[in-house]
Each structure stands twice: as structure tokens, then as C-alpha cells.
Design a binder for this molecule. Sequence first.
Ligand code: SF4
Length: 226
Amino acid sequence: APGAQEFIPPSADTIDELRAAAGDCRGCELYRDATQTVFGRGDEHARVVFVGEQPGDIEDQKGLPFVGPAGRLLRKAVDDAALDPAQIYLTNAVKHFRFELRGNRRIHQTPDRVHVTACRPWLVAEFARLRPEIVVVLGATAAKALLGPSFRVTKQRGELLPWPAAAQRPEDFERVPVDRTGAVADAPAARLLATIHPSAVLRADNQDVAYEGLVADLKVAAEALR
Ligand code: SF4
């Protein structure tokens, strides 16, 4: 698979233009079985970008990120952390739904590294246009996409990390936070904060504790924006 880079028009200055181009992406095989590309959404001047893993079943059908149960929980957590939803842009590390068919049911499958790598140019292009102040990384897939395979959300969650040198072992990570304009490398004075994915709260044995942990991490981001 060629990766997403060749599907990104260098002339795409805005998120809307990127989104339109992403609709035709064939950068990896995931476009074949999914319904549609699910690109990021939110204000072009958002100060915070949330990065999840990939669209789920409902997101795939609606074409919008974070509109399923995990998205609902995330919105509540954002609210409880006193983050302004108008300042948030939501996206995913991988923009097509990966699943396995079991009967009629489409069961979520974690994207492989090859999908994350293929799709990363879209994420980088989003950062380059948005120039956020804080990137909140939700869960292991997104964390590995941006911080390398050795990053452990459980160990470093809730910490504001410098961008992009937060990887513990940069040498085992093909670092891509640069698009063809070089924009991301020198762009955001962004900092990065990792936390769990809201779907992990829904799966947790003790949902209340997991939820409080998510909110506590998001409060660190809220505090940093003041
Ligand atoms: Fe392109 Fe990403 Fe979809 Fe793969 S998952 S086809 S790289 S948009």
C-alpha cells in the first residue's frame, strides 16, 4: 500500500479541503470494506486536538468521529474537566473502520502498525493546518502513532509532554511529524498529553474509577490552557 501521502493535495490549505481529499484515500486496504472515510471535525482554530484510534461502527455509518457511545462518554468527560468543547477538534489516528465480520456483526479490530503508518500523513496534515496548543492522545494506538511503540499510556498518562520529543525511545520510531512542507516539525508549540481511550472506560471493571481518571487527565489539559 502506498500510504496516504500521495492522496494529500499540497494545495489543501484548510481542513475542509483535506477532508474532501481524504474521501478518496486508498493509502491502505481499509477503505475497501469500510463505508467511508471518517475525517476529523471541529473548529479550524481549535486549541486542543483529540486523537483517538479509528472510527467505530456508528462513526463509519455516519461519517463522523466520536458519535458512538465512546464519543458520548468523551463529551461528558470534556464537560466535567471544564474544557470548552468549542475549542476542541476530534480526529483519529486511522480514518477508516477496521473490523471483522461475524455473522452480520462488524467487530472492531485494532488497526495494525501498517495502517497507522499509512494513515499518519492525514494526522500530520491536520496538525499542520490546526496548529493546536495541546494534543490529547486517547489510548495506545494513537499514542504509538505519535510517540513510538515503546510509549506506555499507563505510565505517562496525564503528563504534559513536549512536542514531539516525547518518545521514550525515538530510535525505534520512524518519526513522521513532518509533512512535505515541514510544517509540523517547526509548527506547534504544542504539548502532548496521553490518556486512556473513552472506550476503555466503557470496558473497565470499575467504570467510575476509570472515568474519574480520564477526567483528571483532561483537567491537566484544561489547566494548561488557562
Ligand atoms: Fe487512507 Fe487512512 Fe483510510 Fe488507509 S485508513 S485508506 S490510509 S484514510
